[in-house]
Each structure stands twice: as C-alpha cells, then as structure tokens.
Design a protein around this ligand. Structure first.
Ligand SMILES: [Zn+2]
Ligand SMILES: [Zn+2]
Length: 293
C-alpha cells in the first residue's frame, strides 16, 4: 500500500516561494494498492493535479472512490477542477459524513451553483454515486476501511485503511477532546467522557504503519486556538509515543508556516523522538511525496 500527497496545507492555499518546498495546495491524498481502484481522500486544491495525472497516466482506471473527511472549504474546493468529473465513462463514488439537515450531495452541489462556478453538477459527464457515512466498516476493492468521528466544529471522519497486514490512518482536522467546562467541582463525569473519547482515538490509530495527522499548531500556538479543531505537536507526540506508530507525517500545515519554520518544527519533534528512544519515523507531508506503508 502506498500513499501520495497532492495537497498538505490547512485552511487556505498558500502559493509562493516561502511554501514551495512543502507545497501550498490544500488537503488531498491518494492511496493505492496493486490492482485496486483509485482512492482519494479529500478534494482540496491538490486534487486538480491528481485529476490531470489520472487522465494522462492512468487512462484505464475509470473507477474512482473519493472520501471526504468533512465539508470545510479547504477539503472540497478543488472538486469542481477534478477533470474526470467531466468525462463520460468514469464512475465516481463520493463518501463523507452524514449531515442531518443537508445531504452530502446537496452540500457539494451548492459550491457549483452559477453564483460560484460556471458549470452545474447536472452537466457533469461522469456517473456519480453518493455514500453517507457514520462510524462504520466497509470495503473498497481489496482495502478494508474503517471510519471514526473526530473532534472538529463540523462532523468529521478519520479513515483507517488496511490491506495485506499493513495500515494507513488519515486523521485530519481533529483536536483532542478536552473538558471545556474547566476542572471545577462536578465535572468529574465530563473528565471521564473526555478520557474515553481520547482513548477511542488512540485505539483507532494504534499500530498504524503510516499515520497522517493534523499538526497545525506548535505547543506555543495552540492555547490561542483552543476550540478551532486542530492538534498541536505536543498532542501528537503523546499519540505517537503511546500508540506504536511506525511512520508519522505532520499534515494540514498552518498557512502562516513557512518552509523554514516547518522544517524547524519537524526537527524539534525528531529530537524529542530520539531522546525518548521512539522507533517512529517523523516527517512533514509535502506535495508529490510517496510513502510506502
Ligand atoms: Zn482543514
Ligand atoms: Zn476543517
């Protein structure tokens, strides 16, 4: 099983010389396995190039599975620029968390209304199938897939892929659960719920060969972003220390973080890992990088 990064930035695209090394496109990754259909996680702006690559180099692959973590802009905004949507003969399965007030189809349709985009969903040529998900398990070709709710201001899913004894976990836009009532008397029950939720996430990522994890903030940046729905380096260091992760990719880089700053953050975590004698390989997700699980 392999994972390729096509977009690694959080929140908003950040083109420019200062971010060229890791890349400025928003979230999009591809998971591939021998003789498996095309699997894509999130349709941030990185999906545009991926669509062109499919047309140019993988013309025979007409079955595409596109799984959304959630429907914030930075995870859906590339979708109208995904070329296979416009070509007859493609079957595109779209998955995402169920919303009770609006269907997934409706949410994605809305960003293609004429007010925002010149082509309507009704004009697309590919066959599109929608699958709304909760916490569940299912298969895509030879991949076993499991989902887990994450802690984010909108319903958001993490995905765990397994095949041939290997596993890849994609967990973006998640902040560890915390007791937002504070530690006052009477919140003991709340603390237990919080602990239980955080333990469930640990179980979900445990033993992953590759963990792609939202690491938007440093320890210093996190306190002023409490409740924004993203994790810090400190949170994730705890996660990789306790969950037997083999490879950990920092993902969803903050739009204000330059390449030099990001390299500094990675270096700091690697040193912490060495000091703690962790066997985990730590690196920053960057556009174009392919990682074997
Ligand atoms: Zn995001
Ligand atoms: Zn988000």
């Amino acid at each position: 099983m392999k994972l390729q990064f096509w977009g690694v930035r959080g929140s908003i695209p950040t083109p420019g010389a200062e971010t060229a090394f890791f890349g400025g496109n928003t979230s999009c990754v591809q998971i591939s396995g021998k003789d498996q259909p095309v699997v894509i996680l999130d349709a941030g702006t990185g999906i545009r190039k991926l669509g062109l690559d499919l047309l140019k180099n993988h013309r025979d692959k007409k079955e595409i599975h596109l799984l959304f973590s959630h429907t914030h802009w930075d995870h859906i905004q590339g979708l109208p620029f995904f070329a296979p949507l416009y070509i007859p003969g493609y079957s595109i399965h779209i998955y995402g968390p169920v919303h009770y007030e609006k269907s997934l189809e409706h949410i994605l349709d809305q960003q293609m209304e004429y007010t925002y985009f010149p082509v309507r969903v009704a004009e697309l040529q590919a066959k599109i199938f929608y699958h709304e998900l909760k916490e569940e398990a299912f298969n895509i070709g030879g991949f076993s897939v499991r989902t887990k709710y994450l802690n984010h201001p909108v319903l958001c899913l993490g995905y765990r892929f397994e095949m041939d004894g290997k596993s890849i976990v994609y967990c973006t836009d998640h902040e560890p659960y915390y007791n937002f009532l504070g530690d006052d008397e009477g919140s003991e029950e709340m603390n237990l719920v919080v602990e239980d939720q955080n333990n469930r996430l640990k179980d979900f990522v445990r033993n992953a060969d590759l963990l792609v994890m939202d690491t938007q903030y440093t320890e210093a940046e996190y306190p002023s972003h409490l409740g924004w729905g993203h994790s810090s380096t400190t949170h994730n260091f705890e996660l990789i220390s306790k969950c037997d992760i083999k490879k950990y990719a920092l993902f969803h880089h903050d739009p204000d973080r330059s390449d030099d700053d990001e390299k500094g953050v990675i270096e700091m975590l690697r040193n912490k890992g060495k000091d703690a004698k962790l066997g985990v390989e730590i690196f920053g997700a960057r556009e174009g990088l392919v990682v074997e699980a």
